[in-house]
Design a protein around this ligand. Structure first.
Ligand SMILES: Cc1cc2nc3c(=O)[nH]c(=O)nc-3n(C[C@H](O)[C@H](O)[C@H](O)COP(=O)(O)OP(=O)(O)OC[C@H]3O[C@@H](n4cnc5c(N)ncnc54)[C@H](O)[C@@H]3O)c2cc1C
Length: 414
């Protein structure tokens, strides 16, 4: 087989792995080469702050089934450094050149480093994105080789999904957690007021939240980190975990002609805008949807997009049906303080919130509607899964009045 006959996938997270596996499942018999930015074979990244950090599981135990797909070439760790779409060539950091028939970009995102800082991050200021990050945190906390931590003090800057989940997990392992959050009610922009208020109560019970505050500075010693908040308060801990959002991994695409402002811009079939034979999937992809292009960061969407990109590749090579536009609703599931949290579709800022009375203890499900009262998303806590009728209502953006009886619609607030 000539090198030009292969599909190159850059990135071996769930999106890249699902793409490679789908190409084979659907009978593609050309070469499939995956460029790996990490030493590990594809593993479950959602476990980085759960079983990897708190229980010390290794990436080997959490390897994805897609990694066993036959006849996929998983290159040894290397990084894509440049793309030349005219020559259909990717250059790797090792100097290797990969010619491709089709290229799928699945390079994900990385943790946003210490905001505004150009200085190197000292040892006790960490981020949490990879299995190596989890192992490093465990080692700094002196937990290596032990099943559970059960001691230490961790300061977390940022109370979004990763900061909040990690606070919940560490406090469950009897670690003292200081949680510094800029918002007075963390995550109210994503979860809505009901669920966010419930979550803040749990943070208050189990951790030490410092809300409406940010980190103004820190000094890191050999075995402690000292953090100064913007109100002058000082905190001391074993580690400062910076959980301040993420940045798409697109630097290597600068100069390629692709639109890489906040991720790789793709059309609804996940074809990159600006180059033939190039596709993107997962956290790095900014998908053209109505009313605006959007990047989503969640496990289910990354997997579904990886599969969808493979089908678009096969179609464009004349080897399969057109998959049509990618239309799966984003679903983010998580567990905080023992309660399942599920987000469906679009939620949060700019949308109106309506609480739907239910019979599950805890905050009611909140649905989110746009300016025309059409359903756009929902957030539930403690509910095993959304009713199919609600999922369909969000998918088809039906008016809220079609979902709720008039009495409940009367509860609209915001
Ligand atoms: C700690 C944590 C907890 C999470 N929990 C949840 C959860 O509970 N529920 C949920 O739905 N989602 C969760 N997520 C989000 C979810 O894990 C991601 O949305 C998903 O893993 C994204 O997959 P991906 O394949 O697009 O990107 P990634 O998994 O980020 O994979 C991208 C890969 O590309 C590699 N790469 C980057 N640049 C290059 C390059 N130039 N060359 C070669 N390789 C490169 C990277 O090293 C990485 O291996 C969590 C994420 C984290 C970090």
């Amino acid at each position: 087989m000539k090198q030009e006959d292969r599909v190159v996938v850059v990135g071996s997270g769930i999106a890249g792995a699902a793409c490679a596996a789908t190409l084979r499942e659907r009978g593609y018999d050309g070469g499939v080469t995956v460029v790996r930015g990490e030493d590990a074979l594809p593993y479950n990244r959602t476990a980085v702050n759960t079983t990897m950090l708190s229980a010390g599981h290794s990436h080997v135990e959490l390897t994805l089934p897609e990694a066993q797909t036959p006849d996929v070439e998983w290159l040894a760790r290397d990084e894509a450094e440049a793309l030349d779409p005219a020559r259909r060539e990717v250059r790797l950091a090792s100097g290797k050149l990969l010619r491709y028939r089709a290229l799928v970009i699945a390079t994900g995102v990385r943790a946003r480093p210490w905001p505004g800082s150009a200085c190197p991050v000292p040892e006790r200021v960490v981020t949490l994105r990879t299995s190596a990050d989890a192992a490093r945190m465990r080692s700094l906390l002196g937990w290596s080789g032990k099943p559970l931590g059960r001691h230490g003090r961790v300061i977390i800057m940022g109370a979004g999904f990763i900061g909040g989940e990690t606070a919940s997990l560490l406090s469950g392992a009897e670690v003292e957690v200081d949680l510094v959050a800029r918002q007075p009610v963390p995550m109210s922009d994503r979860l809505g007021r009901n669920a966010a208020s419930w979550l803040l109560e749990r943070h208050n019970e189990h951790a030490h939240p410092h809300v409406g505050r940010t980190v103004a500075g820190w000094t890191s010693g050999e075995d402690r980190v000292m953090v100064r908040l913007d109100d002058g308060r000082r905190l001391a801990g074993d580690l400062l975990l910076v959980a301040a959002g993420s940045l798409p991994n697109t630097e290597w695409l600068q100069g390629s002609g692709l639109d890489v402002e906040d991720g790789v811009a793709v059309d609804p079939s996940l074809r990159a805008i600006g180059a033939d034979g190039v596709y993107a999937a997962g956290d790095v992809a900014r998908v053209a949807t109505t009313p605006r292009a959007r990047r989503t960061e969640n496990w289910a969407s990354a997997r579904a997009q990886g599969r969808h990109a493979a089908r678009s590749v096969l179609h464009d090579l004349g080897l399969g049906e057109a998959p049509g536009p990618f239309s799966e609703l984003p679903v983010y599931t998580s567990k905080m303080y023992g309660t399942k949290l599920t987000l469906l579709g679009e939620t949060g800022a700019g949308l109106r919130q309506t609480a739907i009375p239910g019979d599950v203890p805890g905050p009611p499900t909140t649905v989110f509607t746009d300016e025309r009262e059409r359903l756009r998303g929902a957030v539930a806590m403690g509910v095993p899964q959304f009713e199919d009728s609600l999922v369909e209502a969000v998918r088809h953006r039906i008016p809220l009045s079609g979902l709720l009886p008039a009495a409940a619609v009367g509860k609209v607030h915001n």
